[in-house]
Design a protein around this ligand. Structure first.
Ligand code: CA
Length: 230
């Protein structure tokens, strides 16, 4: 999951971005409203977190601009404590939810999970791909109920592939949702992470390959449904 965090307070932005990365999000930071609009035009984000008080153009204006471009990306606004007018203005501008500052980090994580559930109409926080279960709340992965130990990055990669099971995802698709702007597209970080993940999955499944390479196209997590296996 890749998100844009628009916040001009550099210390707060750095702290929150670090926390989000530790929770398997790829995070880009915009420090003013113009930069936020530009980033949204360039990248395919899974969610936006917009501070209301931003230089150049405020969070409401960014939000209106994003909606005016027809984008349905979930948007969480960060508003001043108890400023009812801010919350109303944010929702009117097209935001999906708001969080008042200062906020507790776990609440930000919970709001982001809730936003994604709402947008994707997922009733609970599990993504199932065949015998693989991804728990997006706990960020754990199980094969037939047995926990597979994965790093944060491997988890993010696997969650993305599992959400798109049986669909070939290009390197660009994967990079766009699992890595942020600090990722060098020319590096082989993606291949390295895929190979590590593949080995862990094969250990867990007793050698059954789940992640396949489609030469020149990308990668696919292939799973059969229960009916097909019988
Ligand atoms: Ca601010």
């Amino acid at each position: 999951m890749r998100l844009l965090f628009a916040e001009d307070d550099a210390a707060l932005a750095a702290t929150v971005a670090r926390g989000l990365r530790e929770n398997a999000y790829a995070v880009d930071v915009a420090t003013d409203g113009d930069a936020a609009v530009m980033q949204v035009a360039l990248n395919d984000y899974d969610a936006l977190v917009l501070d209301v008080g931003l230089p150049k153009r405020d969070g409401f204006s960014v939000c209106r601009e994003v909606r005016a471009r027809g984008l349905t990306v979930p948007i969480l606004m960060l508003t001043a404590r108890d400023a009812v007018s801010d919350r109303v203005a944010g929702l009117d501008a097209g935001a999906d939810d708001y969080l008042t500052k200062p906020f507790a980090f776990p609440e930000l994580l919970a709001r982001l999970r809730a936003l994604r559930r709402r947008v994707r109409s997922i009733v609970h926080e599990e993504v199932r791909a065949g015998d693989l279960t991804v728990d997006t709340g706990r960020q754990t992965v199980r094969w037939r109920g047995v926990l597979i130990p994965v790093t944060t990055k491997e988890y993010a990669l696997l969650e993305f592939l599992a959400r798109n099971a049986n669909i070939v995802m290009s390197r660009a698709d994967i990079s766009a949702h699992v890595w942020d702007d600090n990722h060098d597209p020319a590096s082989n970080a993606l291949e390295v992470a895929i190979n590590r993940l593949r080995r862990k999955l094969e250990t867990a499944t007793g050698g059954m390959p789940l992640v396949h390479t489609r030469r020149g196209a990308g990668y696919v997590l292939s799973v059969e449904d229960d009916a097909a296996r019988k």
